[in-house]
Design a protein around this ligand. Structure first.
Ligand code: NAP
Length: 485
């Protein structure tokens, strides 16, 4: 399928309501990770175009924040409806540039749209407070106001939903946004901008800029006009941006890497645990921040779980994502593939056994076989580093106390999962896991209604739910005096 023939295909940046090229007229090439062929190009913008985008957002801010909550809500609602109406084409764009199976791409469009819908409703609920003052002639009033221009930097693994998860709450409360999508998946972002234009957002409220990450990132993180930076990506880049944002004391949200433990206790429903492990580990070919990275199985049920899990993995169909039968697509690039290879080789050298997979796929290019490793040792790299690929390392454990310690022994603290039917254990383990999110008897936890986010080096702030809106608001306290006169 030729992406250029799709009506939502845009190969220019969207700044101040106009579709523009880079000043230099230079472009960056975008490839299909399944075929490795170039599918198109986008402008290679830098500092000057970023300043233009920031200033356009600044100009749009007074008018956008002055709109009533209902007016903003209506425009967001229109955007949501257009995304749903164009779900199939948006999913096709995503699969072509990112590689995920088309069914998953459709699911991501629905998931991404759910944030626009949710925040179109929440736009009307930016409640403040009144607080009794200790002095009788005074009243304390707390207002919540939009923080100002928001910068959103997003990754390639969820090219659509990471944008809506940030922009919908920002726009709902009155903040204009400048979006810098990942260079490997810019077309999903530009397609969303095309629909935003159709939905009627005033010019400058939504800007999408593609190009040199370090130059654009430098300007977005150091400009005094940008009052909030919301980043999703690696912990490594997140730390750089956090430092840069300190120069202007911006608000920041950081959705960073993860290393999720997935625990199966001996009282668990093993069939359900296998379903959860498949969803959590192999979705998006293992390239999600909430992927199970360490599967701990209690000794009594270890062999039964492994047998059923390996059988389920053997049924995954690897291939090009537009094929409806495919359940596991390519990895994003050769660099990611090399990391997976390195993790598997290292684990095997440390004593792990390859139960299934364990090598590049015969399809070649960016394809790797869905893999299960058993008997993985604690010193293997895969136990500590985010693999970001279709490899499931399985570990055996004895008791609850031991597994909580193992699970928490990580600098990351994003998602965690466990399976148990014992109500006492469920509370103990859920409270004991040092993670921002805990899935109990489920391998999928993300939804617009819930606060998504991590602790420790997995990040700061929350996205989705009422908490996701708070991150784009400033609190203003007004003390009214002289009320007895
Ligand atoms: P990445 O390399 O950190 O890139 C993320 C974004 O940052 C891209 O838009 C990238 O632009 C940009 N970037 C890179 N260097 C930059 C710099 N110096 N200044 C400003 N921006 C810069 O991460 P990734 O490989 O795309 O994504 C995978 C990572 O994201 C994993 O660690 C995963 O766990 C994490 N993730 C976290 C969440 C979450 O919610 N916690 C969700 C999804 C993914 P270019 O593409 O142009 O380089």
């Amino acid at each position: 399928m030729d992406i250029k023939k799709l009506k939502l295909y845009r190969d220019k940046c969207y700044i101040n309501g106009e579709w523009i090229n880079a000043n230099s007229k230079e472009n960056i090439s975008v490839n299909n990770p399944a075929s490795l062929e170039e599918i198109g190009t986008v402008p290679k913008c830098g500092k000057d175009e970023t300043i233009l985008a920031i200033e356009s957002a600044q100009k749009a801010f007074p008018e956008w924040k002055a709109k009533s909550a209902r007016e903003r809500s209506n425009i967001l609602r229109k955007w949501f409806e257009l995304i749903i109406k164009n779900q199939e084409e948006l999913a096709q764009i995503m699969t072509i540039e990112q590689g995920k199976p088309i069914k998953e791409a459709r699911g991501e469009i629905t998931y991404g749209a759910s944030f626009v819908e949710w925040f179109s409703e929440e736009a009307k609920r930016v409640y403040g407070d009144t607080i009794p003052d200790p002095m009788t002639d005074r009243r304390i009033i707390v207002l919540k106001q939009p923080v100002g221009v928001v910068a959103a930097i997003t990754p390639w693994n969820f090219p659509s939903s990471m944008i809506t998860r940030k922009c919908a709450p920002a726009l709902a409360v009155g903040c204009p946004v400048v979006i810098k999508p990942a260079s490997q998946t810019p077309f999903s972002a530009l397609a969303l901008a095309a629909l935003a234009e159709e939905a009627g957002f005033p010019k400058g409220t939504i800007n999408v800029i593609t190009g040199k990450a370090s130059e654009i990132g430098e300007e977005l993180s150091t400009s005094p006009i940008v009052r909030k930076l919301s980043f999703t990506g690696s912990t490594e880049v997140g730390k750089i941006l956090l430092q840069k944002c300190s120069s202007t004391v911006k608000k920041v949200s950081m959705e960073l890497g993860g290393h999720a433990p997935f625990i199966v206790f001996d009282d668990a429903d093993i069939n359900e645990a296998v379903v959860g492990a498949m969803q959590s580990k192999f979705r998006n070919t293992g390239q999600t921040c909430v992927c199970a990275n360490r599967i701990y199985v209690q000794e009594k049920v270890h062999d039964e779980f492994c047998e059923k899990f390996i059988e389920a993995v053997s049924k995954l169909k690897v291939g090009e994502g537009l094929d409806e039968e495919v359940s596991s697509g390519p990895m994003i690039d050769e660099h990611s593939l090399a990391k997976v290879e390195e993790h598997v080789e290292d684990a095997v050298q440390m004593g792990a056994k390859v139960a299934i997979g364990g090598a590049r796929h015969s399809l070649g290019k960016n394809f790797y076989q869905p893999t299960v490793l058993t008997g993985v040792t604690p010193k293997a790299k895969i136990t500590f580093e985010e693999t970001f690929g279709p490899v499931a390392p399985v570990y055996k454990f004895k008791d609850e106390k031991e597994v909580i310690e193992l699970a928490n022994n990580s600098p990351y603290g994003l998602a965690s999962y466990f399976y148990s039917r014992d109500i006492g254990r469920i509370w103990r383990v859920a409270e004991g896991l040092e993670y921002g999110m805990v899935g109990v008897n489920t391998g999928l936890t993300s939804k617009a209604e819930a606060p998504f986010g991590g602790i420790k080096e997995s990040g700061l702030g929350r996205e989705g739910s009422k908490y996701g809106m708070e991150d784009f608001l400033e609190i203003k306290y007004i003390n009214m005096s002289g009320l007895d006169k």
